[in-house]
Design a protein around this ligand. Structure first.
Ligand code: ATP
Ligand code: MG
Length: 417
């Protein structure tokens, strides 16, 4: 019987030597999760592909589209699978080429991964090629630069046949590059930054700072919507929300107006770093791009980074706003980010923020209030919501989380003495 299924291609994983099995297994797990809404019969690795079979033996374009959004997927082909009978695979090749849209030229590329199949691939090329020439008399064979290549691949007692394939998001399977803590706002940039590190295989545990109770909790809902919008890529496991409004008011009273933003940011990265330690994450991520706004100058970036020892990744540092907006549209966060909501960033903003902070001034302001106690308290008050879309996310156990938090806060107090 001829089946229609999705063949998933993943070239980058192929480069990973002996880690390959780990990468492939993670990709299979992630695909299983991403395709939960579909009736999937099996997901299996065969000879350099992952094969996704639907229960009705007729995989759909929708299923292929869902697969394309999963990090680690380079391309997806809707393929036919039949037995080794030549009449069957020739018929599949004719169907596959017929579904290839507009084209002028084609070629056949036959392969055997099973050497027990007696026909040589050159023979298969000839056989399928002449059948296609007969079926499509107005199309040309071009072995060097064809518009379409019909692949006929014999693997483990079956023949896989496909012509068209559509690009996936690329990258590496989420869960193969460790854990990171992105600082997530409901703006355009940080959702894109989060998606980008996720696409490179990182499991993301974002933290959002809201202005609550000085503002409404709208920004928190928008951040949840953003995580939901990212669900098809499965990059986010848990979202932390830290109500920051009251502490911001304290900061705004304690430090010079022009340095407020930098001081808020220092507190934010320290809280995020502490959460990263509790989660076993190894880096922070922000959506900053160089010079985009006053706070994103080299001096101000340095003044914020000085507060933490963990690497702060900034995947958008060299991107233009237009590129970021285009990416936000592709990943489905654009419409959510268009809705403005006050968050901690709109609260107690200075009239004239410092654009080239001097570190000595920043440190003086930093020492003018009990920042360490503030960080402890904010971490203590962090709330979270888990998302089941990310199979690689392992939450810390609640009791361990509390114990570790107490330990980190205790170590800090000890250091002060
Ligand atoms: P975004 O579009 O991501 O909001 P932005 O252009 O508004 O960025 P800033 O407000 O300077 O720029 O924020 C810089 C970065 O700081 C953000 O990309 C994000 O990583 C982090 N950040 C800003 N606001 C928050 C927040 N309320 N909670 C968590 N992180 C935040
Ligand atoms: Mg913002």
């Amino acid at each position: 019987m001829t089946q229609r299924l999705c063949l998933v291609h993943y070239h980058e994983i192929g480069l990973k030597g002996k880690n390959r099995a780990i990468f492939e297994n993670q990709l299979v797990k992630n695909l299983r999760r991403a395709l939960k809404a579909f009736d999937v019969a099996a997901i299996a690795r065969i000879s350099g592909y992952v094969v996704v079979e639907s229960a009705d033996a007729h995989a759909s374009e929708e299923m292929a589209a869902a697969i394309r959004r999963v990090p680690g997927v380079a391309r997806v082909s809707l393929a036919y699978r039949c037995g080794l009978d030549e009449g069957d695979y020739v018929a599949c090749a004719i169907r596959a080429l017929g579904e290839s849209g507009d084209f002028a030229s084609f070629k056949v590329h036959a392969r055997r991964s099973a050497t027990t199949y007696e026909r040589h691939s050159i023979d298969m090329n000839r056989l399928v090629g002449s059948a296609l020439c007969e079926a499509f008399p107005d199309k040309k064979v071009d072995v060097h630069h064809p518009d379409v290549t019909v692949v006929v691949h014999v693997v483990q007692g079956s023949t896989y046949v496909y012509a068209a394939s559509a690009p996936g998001v690329g990258g590496l399977p989420v869960g193969t590059a460790g854990k990171v803590v992105p600082l997530l706002s409901s703006g355009f940039d940080s959702p894109v930054a989060t998606w980008m590190v996720g696409r490179r295989g990182a499991t993301c545990v974002p933290v959002h700072f809201s202005g609550r109770p000085m503002t409404a909790d709208t920004s928190e809902w928008l951040c949840q919507d953003i995580v939901d919008a990212l669900a098809p890529s499965g990059v986010v496991g848990r979202l932390y929300v830290v109500p920051f409004g009251e502490r911001q008011r304290e900061i705004s009273l304690a430090v010079p107006q022009s340095l407020r933003i930098i001081i808020y940011r220092r507190v934010m990265v320290q809280v995020a770093e502490r959460i990263a330690h509790l989660e076993g994450a190894k880096a922070l991520v922000t959506g900053e791009s160089l010079g985009q706004v006053a706070s994103q100058t080299l001096e101000n970036i340095a003044a914020v980074d000085e507060a933490v020892s963990m690497p702060v990744l900034r995947p958008l540092i060299g991107s233009d706003k237009q590129e970021i907006i285009r990416r936000a549209q592709e990943i489905g966060t654009y419409d959510i980010s268009c809705q403005t909501a006050p968050d901690c960033c709109t609260l107690f903003m200075p009239r004239r923020p410092e654009t080239h902070a001097r570190i000595a001034h920043v440190l003086e302001a930093w020492e003018s209030f009990d920042h360490a106690a503030m960080v402890d308290e904010l971490v203590e008050r962090a709330e979270w919501r888990d998302f089941s879309q990310c199979p690689s996310y392992r939450p810390p156990r609640a009791d361990e989380y509390r114990a570790r938090h107490a330990e980190l806060a205790g170590a800090r107090k000890e250091g002060e003495r």
